[in-house]
Design a protein. Structure first.
Length: 255
């Protein structure tokens, strides 16, 4: 006698089963559940953190938060997992977006706590690292922070600007890097040598630095870009990262 085929999952059925299984506070123990795979669901998480179902944005925050609580990454694929079913979904980039962060203490004692678009929190540390991925064609950096169990958040642009403001230079793996500390761990953002010698990286980082300074000081972006260019030329064409290092240490005064 053949086994009864599994019924296709729906967003409603997933939500109902998640609510039934979430009787205690905290995140459901999805890592302990091993249900059968019930196929792929027409659900997608866009790069900006918006959840879509059947091509339409899910407008209810509570429902998005519920689905995100049972999100699991197995290999390179993402699934919604309940005690009785497992369905695949599409994630364009990272499943979360870090929309804000707080910084306590300074220097090597600094602690950065990130908040996602669904209200999850993660303290950047050796267990929850910050990493930078560069576009191979444009050099544009994309920053990520680990949230939990292999799930990452893309750090949004305004938060990345603030991270740059908190940066420092440090020797990392015998090379000079600009980056940030959190929980006693240094997270490299830009390599001095590569920034100076790779035109794509330099162009992308120049734009990032200018945007960061403009956001912090409320100065027009074109004015900041002009001033940074003048500084680089006046300092024997030194790298933008060194200009930024001096800038940070002078209370946002462009020398």
């Amino acid at each position: 006698m053949s086994a009864k085929p599994l019924e296709p999952a729906s967003a409603d059925s997933i939500a109902t089963k998640v609510m039934a299984a979430s009787k205690t506070r905290g995140l459901p123990p999805v890592e302990k559940w091993n249900p059968p795979f019930c196929g792929d669901l027409d659900m997608r998480i866009a790069r900006d953190g918006t959840w879509f179902y059947l091509g339409t944005p899910i407008g209810r925050f509570e429902l998005v938060k519920l689905f995100s609580s049972v999100l699991r990454k197995d290999g390179d694929k993402y699934f919604l997992v309940t005690p009785v079913e497992k369905v695949g979904i599409t994630v364009d980039d990272a499943p979360f977006v870090a929309v804000d962060f707080t910084a306590l203490e300074q220097g090597k004692e600094q602690i950065l706590t990130f908040e996602t678009q669904v209200g999850d929190f993660s303290i950047a540390s050796a267990e929850n690292p910050i990493r930078i991925v560069r576009d191979t064609e444009t050099g544009e950096p994309s920053p990520y922070v680990h949230i939990r169990a292999g799930l990452e958040a893309l750090i949004d642009r305004k938060s990345f600007y603030r991270l740059i403001d908190l940066g420092t230079h440090e020797t990392h793996h015998q090379e000079q890097w600009f980056g940030v500390y959190s929980s006693g761990t240094f997270f490299p953002i830009i390599n001095y040598l590569k920034e100076e010698n790779d035109p794509l990286i330099k162009k992308a980082f120049d734009g990032l630095i200018a945007g960061s300074i403009a956001a912090i000081t409320s100065q027009p972006l074109d004015v900041v870009k002009t001033e940074l260019q003048k500084q680089s030329e006046n300092k024997n064409k030194e790298s933008t990262i060194r200009v930024l290092s001096r800038y940070i240490k002078t209370d946002y005064t462009l020398l």
